[in-house]
Design a protein around this ligand. Structure first.
Ligand code: SAM
Length: 301
């Protein structure tokens, strides 16, 4: 959704931008291009391979105009100047190189170690969860992060099977799920939701998203914009809820919003587009992985 992000952030010369999810630096490159000749970019990714790829891609053309660090976007606030940016982008989820490289263990299409870490300096892997957590906790993960209706059945089968042989590979896990819930002509592989859920849990994606959104607001100038691309409803719900809270012109204490007990406050943000922006037909044809992408844009007041 490059065109949509550029339209939302409107990069210009002299502007300062942050890309918290560099990946292969496709968006970063376009943001630097659009803000030529003097726009600057702060960038990070928690994946070391992505940071290297981004560095290489941007080095020649944009030397001196960007600063890239390996790290979590929740930590951008620790090194990017407060109220220093005109635009911040978070393009969530996994990158194509992460999905395609079997050794990263994100995909059941390619057999690889049951890993799924975006940041390989972290110790917790998907295998640790599948081989170590109780059936209750695994079922909770599959339900909460994957919306998997068979969460309990799958979790019980994993706990049963791992006594005989620990789960070490993506194929081993996918085959167990296929055995219990045969595909039966369905388009999606029966392990899709379990894999998504494990990935979200291993990388604490929801926790970091909440922290990343709060941090992004701190590094934005008034009038600066935050663009967030989500890939599943759980992420999108977090962004919508964050936007709802920060665009409110009143606060209330406790769980229930009683209109008579509201206190007026100055909102921090306003929606640029309350409705999610979706990829166009051309992008969907060229990149089927974009089919579940949704862009939401907020502006700091
Ligand atoms: C969809 S890709 C980004 C693609 C990128 N916009 C491009 O144009 O190539 C998502 C990237 O975000 C990174 N990522 C996900 N969560 C992160 C986090 N909390 N902090 C930093 N990077 C994160 C992943 O490692 C991955 O490289």
């Amino acid at each position: 959704m490059v065109a949509e992000v550029l339209a939302a952030l409107n990069p210009r010369s002299n502007g300062r931008y942050a890309d918290g999810t560099l990946g292969g630096a496709g968006h970063a490159e376009q943001m630097l291009d659009a803000s030529s000749p003097t726009g600057r970019l702060y960038g990070c990714d928690r994946d070391g391979a992505a940071v290297e790829a981004a560095q290489t891609r941007l080095a020649e053309k944009f030397a001196g105009r960007f600063e890239i660090r390996r790290g979590n976007f929740a930590e951008l606030v620790d090194w990017v100047p407060a109220a220093g940016c005109d635009g911040v982008l978070l393009d969530l989820g996994v990158s194509s190189p992460q999905l395609d490289e079997a050794g990263r263990g994100f995909s059941f299409q390619n057999d690889g170690p049951l890993d799924m870490r975006m940041d390989d300096r972290q110790t917790l892997t998907a295998a640790d969860l599948v081989n170590g957590e109780s059936a209750e906790i695994l079922a909770d993960i599959f339900w909460k992060y994957g919306g998997e209706r068979e969460s309990r059945r799958f979790a019980r089968a994993m706990v049963h099977d791992r006594v005989r042989r620990k789960f070490m590979t993506t194929r081993q896990l996918a085959e167990l799920i296929e055995r219990i819930a045969p595909r039966g002509g369905k388009k999606a592989h029966p392990a899709t939701k379990v894999f998504q859920a494990l990935r979200i849990a291993v990388n604490d994606e929801i926790g970091f998203l909440k922290r990343g959104l709060s941090g992004a607001v701190k590094i934005l100038k008034p009038g600066g914009r935050l663009a967030v691309i989500t890939f599943h409803s759980l992420e999108d719900r977090v962004v919508k809820e964050f936007g709802r809270e920060r665009t409110r012109d009143y606060m209330f204490i406790g769980e229930v919003d009683v209109p008579e007990l509201r206190t007026p406050v100055v909102p921090e943000l306003k929606w640029v587009s309350r409705k999610a922006i979706l990829p166009d037909e051309v992008e969907l044809r060229e990149n089927p992985r974009a089919r579940s992408a949704q862009l939401r844009v907020l502006e700091k007041i």
